[in-house]
Design a protein around this ligand. Sequence first.
Ligand code: BGC
Length: 778
Amino acid sequence: MIKYCIFSIFCFLPFLIWADELPQLGKAPLEKVIQAMTVDEKIRLLTGTGEVAEDILVAVGETDKIVPGAAGTTYPILRLGIPAMVMADGPAGLRISARRDSCPRTFYCTAFPVATLLASTWNTDLVQQVGQAMGNEVLEYGCDILLAPALNIHRNPLCGRNFEYYSEDPFLTGKIAVAMVKGIQQNGVGTSVKHFAVNNQETNRIANDAILSPRAMREIYLKGFEMVVKEANPWTVMSSYNKINGVYTSESYDLLTTILRKEWGYQGMVVTDWFGGRDAVGQVQAGNDLLMPGKIRQQDSIRQALKTGKLSMADVDRNVRRVLELILKTPRFKGYPYSEQPDLKAHASVTREAAAEGMILLKNDGKTLPLAADVRDIAVFGNTSYQFIAGGTGSGDVEEAYSVSLEEGLTGAGFILDKGLKQHYLDYIRAEEAKIDWKKYNHVTPPRIVECTLDEGLIRRKAEETDMAMITIGRNAGEYSDRKVKDDFELCADEREMLEKVTRIFHQEGKKVVVILNIGGVIETASWKDRPDAILLAWQGGQEGGNSVADILSGKVNPSGKLPMTFPVRYEDAASSENFPLIGDEEALDIYREFYTGPKGTDRPNIDFTRYEEGIYVGYRYFDKYRVDVSYPFGFGLSYTGFTYSKPRYLRTEQGYEFSCTVTNTGKIPGKEVVQLYIAAPGKTMVKPQKELKAFAKTKILAPGESEVVRLVVGLSELASFDEQASCWAVESGRYLAIWGSSSRDCRLKQSFTLRQAVTGEEVHRVLLPVRQLEELY
Ligand code: BGC
């Protein structure tokens, strides 16, 4: 034993002396640590370990050796006490591999509801709780940064990643993102708010140039990011793939330094999206601190630029400092003893509750829902009823232990589902799935399984034997391609046929039909919504989705979700419909590959560049201004009870206005109401939308007859619009209208107030101006 101790001391002595002499992160001043780093170490710290060179001896930084399935890891420099930092996706929960080589146990994470559903709750406290649960899994599985939330605007209904994003409205987006970041970071782990910015299409996302006016950029596309940076201080910001007005965001000093840091005061670290941008040196200069997942080619060009003087060491050191400052905060640096056993059971109830709160009742004729006590036997149609979609594909996907289907949820809630129909569907789905070449769809959305042809005789028998029918319509999407109008936004012929036959035959038998929409983005509803008796927009509710739907159908939960976007009548009605790519998945994937391999286009409209001609008129701002009929308006959602609004008041304060009104539950069932406050500006000296959402709140559960006084604060700066000529935020004087709405088209109360004096904010930088097709934007 003594011999062994002496031997150990001799073996480790050199390292102890070495470690003692070298400045160690967290112990020595940061400047000393940076000074002690070799140029090569600095370069490697700024580029992840995605591609590991042969000569790298310290290879423990590779993600798979720390947390398999995480998205990436920074380069560890152990001699200076700098550990690797692990970054993992994503917006619906932690994305890591559930299985590890030669390890018998599993590492499942909770699949929480998709972001769009969370925004549909309009409940920031609840979203914060979801964030807290998500962040706990990040911590307990040994990760440091969750690559979430994603807060790009739903500019167009067909963006393939809309499910990962919150809303068409920047204010709602910002508030939900703030709650999510706070919830996640409460655990002592970081977030990465993404994709900064104006990343609104998947087609050629990696090189598309978004051409837009400074006003649209600041008011619509940057607003949510500005709110989250100022109110929640995310540890990291992820720059996006696209260009803004000709410059890659990850290479844009104007975006990443002038706006983000100088104007908004951001102190954290900026990371690229994976493989984003072209010019590593430009990225370093722009203040894009960390390039992920990291490529040797990037390291070479940074090294070369330092040699030639094109890149200064000061720029490198600045970025190195920000990466180190971040590492200092991470659980890995602090030596957190992660358990790899988060409380998945507790998180399952968080996701079940959150999902139920974000589901939206779109139609409920004749009080079809909640299901009456005498409804027991249900005939369930539609493939997705049996294979509920928990969430979208790509990096927004999660490896969860199980996913509850509608059929399982209803059975669990005590309903009796037609067994013959179930078997029929399960056999059919299995046979269809066997035809799919799954290898082709790793990380991308697999094809939809066409609905089986239903014999009318079979449907009639089911209509006689059961109490009612349910039909699920399912949609899925994800990275790399956008959705299409035909057979995606619009129902497919087989779905129409199913809907027509089931509703006709069940109605002939005097039985009701409920449609469940298990979708991640907007679909066309106007042409068929009169057929069923009720429609529940269930979104993609995470792994407990089927239970959450059952909670609503059974009446255990009174629906209180409201739409975070508009459902237009036709796709063509959307403001951006002419300026959005409409191509197939295959073509989109070819274009994606082109970026790395083939000829690069520069002039294909909506592929190489996209004109944001609609300017600030996105979503309801457009539909309201041009008085376009919609299928379901922004902010819409029914309840099993009713609410009245009364006693509107307002108070002028030093910072702005305090509004209040009383909301009363006038029905027979307890429920919550989302109260929306829109402001209509005078619009005399500035062009203004008809109204804009400026505040919202969700009441507590109000018992029948119970009231709550809702108080909402609107800061003066919230009334400002971006004045492009003066390059500043400006609030016009004049008569304003505060509109209390239960949706954007269901105004309950109005109050007018007058602002006597116009207010002009500080001038901001004239940056990111469009250089191309400028004249067409004005
Ligand atoms: C996505 C990001 C994601 C990253 C890492 C990219 O393809 O755009 O949202 O965080 O991959 O997985």
